[in-house]
Every structure is written in structure tokens, then in C-alpha cells.
Design a protein around this ligand. Structure first.
Ligand code: FAD
Length: 401
């Protein structure tokens, strides 16, 4: 049986259709992303034309059901889409990730009215979403968040500061986690869909209080957002009145999709690092032969290819389990842990193989080296994945008893 909250993820897609979509994306990456990414990335410029193309491909509605105008992709195909985009530029995967987490929350847990109100625009990419859980003083310990919402007649009034909001400026709707009661931890947290005018100035009581300058994952905005007596209508509470106190649990469910997204990004970045290393090792000569023919480099390539293959299989396995409606917390955590660490290892390996050239902005590996650590941090750090995995091991062992 498909678990609640997974509504809208269709049965497995026709493989031919999925393959064609990935081939189209591969051409887009080769022709329209890779030749330009360096300029956008180094200057931290938003890639409007590339994002328009993502919209044309329908990717803002990638996992939104067809009934609301989305592509209704299964998670397995979605993971392949993210991998392919990240082979070109990991930031492009970030443009749609938090948007789709917000859409997933609405689709899985919203009222009929909330679904029909927001999902069509989100699927079309005219209404952009973002996901706002983290705060300056709570990241891994997300349930310690302090942002508060209190009821005032027909409205909720929000106060607090949210950190690390990817796509926060351009978003027209924010999936915001806030405390609605004095109950400590997850039980007191609800999810609000906060509508705002996209842009740098903020809106009403919500402002973009800071743009965060980043090591990698550049080109798209990650911002701090402040809420001061910001009023939203009662209808902004996800799931209606019955959604009170359920937001945190729902967010964790939606983050499973986010974890698979980040794991797939890891595979894409690792693939890009491997491709660059292989090409360079065949072309660069030292001691009278291409460096690929020195056994140390050949073995390095062999290790890289093996880890890349393992990471890809783990991501595909986790995605297939989600598609089958199975419990996949452990597998998604394992895939995220392994694929993100693999991306970081392969980016450094690729840099070593490039020698001095790898340390310059003339070659793509320095960007991969800067982008890879985000996957180790975002959607739960590697340490948190180990907590998730170890808890799942113990709970599954208890279930067997
Ligand atoms: C570029 C970027 C974009 C982001 N985008 C978003 C977004 O769109 N929306 C959003 O809500 N958040 C977003 N985040 C936030 C991200 O999810 C958090 O940064 C992440 O969860 C880690 O939280 P933290 O930064 O507060 O680190 P901390 O929680 O302070 O962790 C610091 C260190 O302590 C370790 N640690 C913490 N607790 C434990 C424990 N129990 N056991 C062992 N080790 C532990 C961590 O693994 C880490 O190494 C983004 C972050 C970045 C960097």
C-alpha cells in the first residue's frame, strides 16, 4: 500500500519515456549548461535562461501529479533527472529541490483547496516555492526551532528568523515550519504555506534580511528571512486545523524526497569529476606516456569508477523503494551518506589527477571540489544520516522480534 503523504507519485514510468527525457536533458547539459557554467558560477549570477529551460521541460512540476499540471514523475526518474542536471551544474538541481519539497508537502498533506490553489502554478513554474526549516540556532536539531506563530482571529501572526532559505528571494510561497504551541520538540510545530511577493525587498512583515555568500552552490540565492508580526490567513496552515502540530512529522516525510535529490546530486557531481579525470588522464603525458597508463592513476580511476557505480545503484535502490511505497528511511539515508561522501572524494581525486591545472579556474574540477561539500551538509549532515541509519537498523530489528 502507498503510504499517506506519497500521493501523486505515479507508478513506475515507462522506461522508454524516462530514457528519452534523460537524453533530452543530457543534450541540454552538454550544449546549454557546460559551456556557460563557469562564467555564471564564478560571478555568482543567476542563470535565468537555464532556469527558463527547466520550466519549459516541465521540471518545476517534476513530481507534481499530472492532475495539477505536473509531470508526475516517479522518484526513480526524478533521481535520474537530478543526477543529469548535476552533471552539468549542481546549482540547477537546487533550483527545483526546495520548490518540489514545498509542492510535496502541499500534495501530500494539504487540503483539496490548498492543492488546487497552489499546485497548478507551482507545476508551471509561475509560482516558485521554497522550504524553510533551519534557523540560526537550529539545523541538525531542527525540532529545536524557535520561530513562532500565534493565532489572532482569522489570522496567524509569525515572528522569528529563518536561515539558509534556498530560493527564498524568488519564491512566491514559503513552506515555513513554526511553533504553534508551547509543547516542546516536534509536537508543537506546524507548517504554514506563506505567500509573498517574489523579490529582494520582502513583503509585509517578512524581509530578506541577508544574502549568504557561499563557497559553492553559487548562482542561486540562499538567504536569511526575518518575520516580524507577519500576518497570514488561517488558510495558510497546511492541512487546515487538523494540521496543527503535525508540520514537523510531515516535513520529515517530504525531506525523504529531498535526501534522494541530494544523493542524486552527489552522483551527478561524482560523474562530472570522473569524466573530467578520465579525459585529462588520457590526454596529459608524463614520463613519455599518458598519465592514465601509469598504474597509480589507472588504479585511482578504477576506484573512482567503482565508488561512482555503487553510489548510483544505492540512489536508484532507495528511489525504487520510495516508488514502491516501502519504508525507505534507512536506504535514503545510506544513499545520501555514501553518494555525498563519494562526490567529495571524487572531486578531490579528480583534482589530484589534474595536478596544478586542477587548482585553477580554467578547469571544472575546482568548482566540483567547492560544490561537493554542500551535499555532505544539506538535508542532514553525514553524522545525522548515520543517526537515521542506526535508528532504522534498531527499529527494524525490534520489528522482527
Ligand atoms: C547552502 C545551504 C543551503 C541550505 N538550504 C536550506 C533550505 O533551503 N532550507 C532549510 O531549511 N535549510 C537549508 N540549509 C540548512 C541545512 O539543512 C543545515 O545547514 C544542516 O541541516 C546542518 O545544520 P547546521 O548548519 O545548523 O549545523 P549544526 O546542526 O550546527 O551541526 C554542526 C556539526 O555538528 C554535527 N552534529 C550536530 N548534531 C549532532 C549529533 N546529534 N551527533 C553527531 N553530530 C552532530 C553536525 O553533523 C555538524 O558536523 C542549507 C544549508 C546550506 C549550507
Amino acid at each position: 500500500m502507498v503510504e499517506p503523504g506519497r500521493r501523486g507519485i505515479i507508478d513506475r514510468m515507462d522506461t522508454d519515456v524516462a530514457d528519452q527525457m534523460i537524453e533530452t536533458l543530457a543534450r541540454f547539459v552538454d550544449n546549454d549548461v557546460l559551456p556557460h557554467v563557469r562564467d555564471f558560477e564564478l560571478d555568482d549570477l543567476y542563470p535565468d535562461a537555464m532556469v527558463d529551460q527547466l520550466r519549459e521541460f516541465g521540471l518545476f512540476g517534476a513530481t507534481v501529479p499530472e492532475a495539477f499540471g505536473g509531470l508526475g514523475l516517479d522518484v526513480s526518474t526524478y533521481a535520474r533527472v537530478i543526477e543529469e542536471l548535476s552533471r552539468g551544474w549542481m546549482s540547477l538541481a537546487g533550483v527545483i529541490n526546495s520548490h518540489l519539497i514545498a509542492a510535496q508537502l502541499i500534495n501530500g498533506f494539504g487540503t483539496d483547496d490548498q492543492r488546487s490553489r497552489w499546485l497548478p502554478g507551482m507545476a508551471a513554474g509561475t509560482l516558485r516555492g521554497c522550504f524553510s526549516l533551519s534557523e540560526p540556532d537550529s539545523g541538525s536539531d531542527a525540532a529545536a526551532l524557535r520561530c513562532k506563530a500565534h493565532r489572532d482571529g482569522d489570522e496567524w501572526v509569525i515572528n522569528g528568523t529563518k536561515m539558509w532559505v534556498t530560493n527564498g528571494e524568488r519564491a512566491g510561497i514559503v513552506a515555513l515550519l513554526a511553533r504553534t504551541s508551547d509543547e516542546p520538540g516536534a509536537a508543537g510545530i506546524s507548517c504554514f504555506m506563506v505567500e509573498k511577493t517574489p523579490g529582494p525587498a520582502g513583503d509585509g512583515g517578512v524581509t530578506i534580511s541577508k544574502h549568504i555568500d557561499k563557497l559553492g552552490y553559487r548562482g542561486l540565492e540562499t538567504v536569511e528571512m526575518s518575520y516580524v508580526d507577519h500576518h497570514v490567513p488561517a488558510s495558510a496552515l497546511l492541512g487546515g486545523e487538523t494540521g496543527l502540530g503535525k508540520g514537523f512529522r510531515w516535513a520529515l516525510t517530504a525531506l525523504e524526497l529531498g535526501r534522494i535529490n541530494v544523493a542524486a546530486r552527489g552522483v551527478g557531481v561524482a560523474q562530472a569529476a570522473f569524466d573530467a579525470a578520465l579525459a585529462y588522464a588520457q590526454q596529459r603525458e608524463a614520463f613519455g606516456k599518458p598519465i592514465a597508463q601509469h598504474q597509480a592513476i589507472g588504479f585511482k580511476l578504477a576506484e573512482m569508477a567503482t565508488k561512482l557505480h555503487a553510489a548510483r545503484l544505492m540512489v536508484r535502490d532507495a528511489a525504487a523503494r520510495v516508488d514502491a511505497g516501502e519504508r525507505a528511511d534507512m536506504e535514503a539515508g545510506m544513499a545520501k551518506l555514501f553518494a555525498s561522501e563519494t562526490a567529495a572524494e571524487l572531486a578531490l581525486d579528480a583534482m589530484r589527477i589534474h595536478g596544478g591545472n586542477g587548482f585553477t579556474t580554467e578547469y571544472p574540477v575546482e568548482r566540483l571540489y567547492r560544490d561537493a561539500p554542500l551535499m555532505i551538509i544539506g538535508e542532514g549532515t553525514s553524522e545525522i544520516q548515520k543517526l537515521v541509519i542506526s535508528r532504522a537498523i534498531l527499529s527494524r530489528a525490534a520489528d522482527k522480534r
